[in-house]
Design a protein around this ligand. Structure first.
Ligand SMILES: Cc1cc2nc3c(=O)[nH]c(=O)nc-3n(C[C@H](O)[C@H](O)[C@H](O)COP(=O)(O)OP(=O)(O)OC[C@H]3O[C@@H](n4cnc5c(N)ncnc54)[C@H](O)[C@@H]3O)c2cc1C
Length: 377
């Protein structure tokens, strides 16, 4: 079985690794000139660390990351609204640098199976084979084509053709700083919810702090003339420490900004011998920290199905969607809802949100989220 994967992100590389462990070389075609991730952190919940365990990477991942014990929700005055205890989850939840994760996923893959500077253009089915065309004129053929090309997937445009993703109403800024502070305990990330804005602090270990911020803004808002750092310093002025200090300690050039998108869950992930995974299939807003985790789950589920049934490929790809659709749809909807509530900006909305957090017992919140985080692909 020859497999081509479009996209060398988390989902594409994890899928190639899963096949590699069974002696199958999947070819990864990536448009960039190197396999790299943006300089930011990522949370890997137990459903994702379970996949890393299956891929033989958990020990290494623990080594370079920070284990999460509890997540605190706060208001801008610093008052704790809710604590989610996650230390009981196994395998553990981790906060990890994206570059470290990507390095691990590609470590056992050979240079011959990674094709950089190849932008996917289109595919055509020729009998039981897929012929894959790239914008540089290259052509390759395979038995299975996996579209792991992310949010604005071109493979998706050929399979589902449903246009642009849906804007959430807010961008996310991200930064990474190296600071030692007693008021950022290791293993205790926090998210602070204000009126129409949020700020998250996520220690990654070894003095590295990953932070993120959101604010209600129209799509594709131009950068203010004073720059994004000044914009954030103004937005979060007066919020509890160390929020202002973390922004101030981050170089402007290291502050990333992405408008946040998802898509309403949509069926039809496969066409003949081609299938979508990860953000290409089910892009979600980052509010539950689950997009990358779901891409890892997809990698394991799809590779297991194809290895068990390499002959009836179209049926196997349909089965993949059947297994994955409900779960990914639930997370995408929940994540969108969390984002909407998290971005409430009216006085009444903010007061109501705080009351909800106060009145909802922690065990009830955990109960709701357990099915997401304790899932084992
Ligand atoms: C602000 C923010 C915070 C997040 N935080 C978390 C978190 O804490 N936890 C979590 O689990 N998830 C998080 N996510 C989501 C996570 O980053 C994504 O869900 C995950 O990266 C999806 O992986 P993927 O492999 O499907 O796609 P991607 O990571 O987008 O990879 C796609 C790859 O395909 C390549 N590509 C694209 N088009 C082509 C083409 N035509 N030809 C060839 N190659 C192509 C791209 O260059 C890229 O390398 C966050 C997302 C954002 C925006």
């Amino acid at each position: 079985m020859k497999i081509i994967i479009i996209g060398g992100g988390i989902g594409g590389l994890a899928t190639a690794l899963a096949f590699h462990q069974h002696g199958l070389t999947a070819h990864v075609y990536e448009r960039a000139d190197a396999l790299r991730e943006v300089g930011a952190g990522i949370s890997l919940w137990s459903n994702a660390t379970h996949v890393l365990q299956q891929l033989g990477l958990l020990t290494d991942a623990i080594e370079v990351s920070a284990r999460v014990m509890a997540i605190h929700l706060k208001n801008p005055a610093g008052k704790i609204l809710n604590v989610s205890r996650v230390e009981q989850y196994e395998p553990p939840m981790l906060g990890i640098h994206r570059a470290d994760l990507l390095k691990m996923l590609q470590r056992d893959l050979s240079a011959q199976q990674i094709h950089l500077n190849h932008t996917f253009d289109r595919f055509e089915q020729v009998g039981d084979q897929m012929r894959v065309h790239f914008t540089n004129g290259a052509v390759d053929e395979c038995d299975v084509l996996i579209g792991a090309d992310g949010l604005n997937s071109r493979v998706r445009q050929q399979i589902i053709s449903d246009g642009k993703p849906r804007y959430s109403g807010y961008p996310v800024w991200r930064g990474l700083v190296e600071v030692q502070r007693d008021d950022i305990p290791l293993g205790q990330p926090s998210e602070t919810l204000g009126a129409g804005a949020r700020f998250g602090i996520f220690p990654l270990g070894k003095g590295r702090i990953y932070w993120y911020a959101t604010a209600n803004l129209p799509e594709a808002q131009p950068e203010p003339p004073t720059g994004r750092k000044q914009q954030l310093l103004s937005l979060f002025q007066g919020w509890h420490t160390p929020i202002f200090d973390l922004i101030a300690a981050t170089d402007e050039i290291n502050i990333l900004r992405n408008d946040c998108y998802d898509r309403p869950p949509t069926h039809g992930w496969s066409q003949g011998h081609a299938v979508l995974i990860g953000d290409a299939a089910h892009p979600t807003t980052p509010n539950m920290g689950q997009g990358g985790c779901m891409a890892l789950e997809d990698a394991l589920v799809l590779s297991k199905l194809l290895l068990a049934n390499p002959v009836a490929v179209p049926a196997t790809l349909k089965q993949f969607e059947q297994i994955r659709f409900a779960r990914t749809a639930k997370i995408t909807k929940l994540s969108r809802m969390f984002g909407t509530v998290g971005q409430w900006d009216s006085k009444f909305g903010v007061a109501w949100r705080e009351l909800m957090f106060k009145l909802t017992p922690a065990y009830l919140m955990d109960l709701q989220l357990k099915s997401v985080y304790q899932y084992q692909a």
